[in-house]
Design a protein around this ligand. Structure first.
Ligand code: PLP
Length: 408
């Protein structure tokens, strides 16, 4: 069982008053808060060890390099990758997916298809649109059934024309968790490369890339108690060996001649320029923090919160919740609308009560077009949220409803 009160003490930002109310932070799908250990690790790095990595022979450079590469090993273990060669540091999920789509440009040709789902974040749509536009391949979509991925639709569309399948592990709007292990098996049966956007799953559940057998897996540090500006692209070594670097410059080269150059071995051939050392080291500190709590305990606790709050939200007349009502398929993201109230007004009203939620299209416009809503509000939970936070959300929604009563 997770000691939430102790966890909350690790996140000083939570202990503040917003609009005369104690802050209830429910915008975790956008970015999570950072525990003291992450802040202290970054501070310690800059106070004691800061130097450029892989370049110097002096003590600080060696210390910085050792910490940076130790961070890579921490991430490798965290996702159970076979080798640190398969763990590339990037700016985040968006960069990671762009790199994979750039690889796809080397592989795709006219007549090929890329299969994604309608619930994808823009960062798992637009890179594929670009790859298809440049190669003449076709981008096709799997749609929804009962608020979750329609597996029959997926089965029907997954022919041997499909060369890449790319889906979110967990949706940042519907909150549903997609069966990526099963989808990976299906993709491999037709010879397709399987890519998973793990931005909304990695912070909340145990990830085992070997067990999932995915070919590429991506996530962002800032959504999992780590710093901004750092993320990961996991790729199977056989694909990363084939793949050309996306960026060129210092650090990633073996030898440079006037007219040509050769690349370093994996993973460094992808990391051009001075990397985000403090970010990588901070992300490793976040991973250590989450693992100390336990990923299974985190998942179970967030499930408990969802089971607590979901029926209370369902009971609010006029509140529409998007995504499957089957809680076994859901993570801690709940998107909703309150009657005809614009979600921005709703989020502003909740903010008056100290409750921070997101409002808008959540970078998933094709999904909202499919759902035929312009925008939604969204509450998203993390390890430091409590049942009292859930009650506060429900009370604030009821207050808002009362305030606007008669106008909708
Ligand atoms: C499902 C999903 N994919 C990708 C992203 C993009 O992540 P980042 O902005 O950290 O690159 C997000 C961020 O909200 C997301 O929720």
């Amino acid at each position: 069982m997770l000691d939430v009160e102790a966890i909350r003490k690790d996140f000083p930002i939570l202990d503040q008053i917003v609009n005369d109310e104690p802050l209830v932070y429910l915008d975790n799908a956008a970015t999570t808060q950072k525990p003291l250990t992450v802040l202290e690790t970054i501070n310690h790095y800059y106070e004691q060890d800061n130097a450029n990595v892989h370049r110097g022979v002096h003590t600080l450079a060696e210390r910085a390099t050792a910490s940076y590469e130790a961070a890579r090993e921490t991430i490798r273990k965290f996702i159970n990758a076979g080798s640190t060669k398969e763990v590339l540091f990037t700016r985040g999920t968006t960069t990671s997916l762009n790199w994979v789509a750039r690889f796809a440009e080397e592989v795709l040709t006219v007549g090929d298809q890329v299969l994604i789902s309608v619930m994808e974040h823009h960062s798992n749509i637009i890179p594929w649109q670009e790859a298809c536009r440049k190669t003449g391949a076709e981008l096709i979509y799997v749609y929804l059934k009962d608020g979750a991925l329609d597996m029959e639709d997926l089965r029907a569309k997954l022919t041997d024309k499909v060369k890449f399948v790319s889906v979110a592990h967990a949706s940042n709007v519907l909150g549903v968790v997609n069966p990526v292990k099963e989808i990976t098996q299906m993709a491999h049966e037709v010879g397709a490369i399987m890519v998973v956007d793990g931005a909304q799953s990695t912070p909340h559940m145990k990830i085992d890339v070997l067990d999932l057998d995915v070919d590429f897996f991506t996530f962002s540090g800032h959504k999992m108690a780590g710093p901004t500006g750092i993320g990961v692209l996991y790729g199977k070594e056989k694909y990363l060996e084939q793949m050309s670097p996306v960026e060129f410059g210092g650090e990633m080269i073996d030898f440079v001649y006037e007219q040509s150059a050769s690349w370093k071995e994996l993973p460094w051939k992808f990391e051009a320029g001075t990397p985000n050392m403090a970010g990588a080291i901070g992300l490793a500190a976040a991973v250590d923090y989450l693992e100390k709590i336990g990923m299974d305990a985190i998942e179970a606790y967030e499930q408990e919160l969802i089971e607590y709050v979901f029926p209370k939200l369902q009971a609010i007349e006029g509140l529409t919740i998007y995504g499957s009502p089957d809680l076994a398929q859901r993570s801690g993201v709940i998107a909703f609308n309150l009657a005809d109230l614009h979600p921005h007004d709703l989020a502003t009203a909740l903010d008056y009560e100290g409750v921070a939620v997101r409002a808008g299209h959540h970078c998933a416009q094709p999904l909202l077009q499919y759902l035929e809503v312009p925008a939604t509000a969204r509450a998203s939970f993390y390890i430091y949220n409590t049942k009292a936070d859930c009650d506060k959300l429900v009370d604030a929604l009821l207050k808002t409803k009362e305030f606007f009563n008669g106008t909708f």
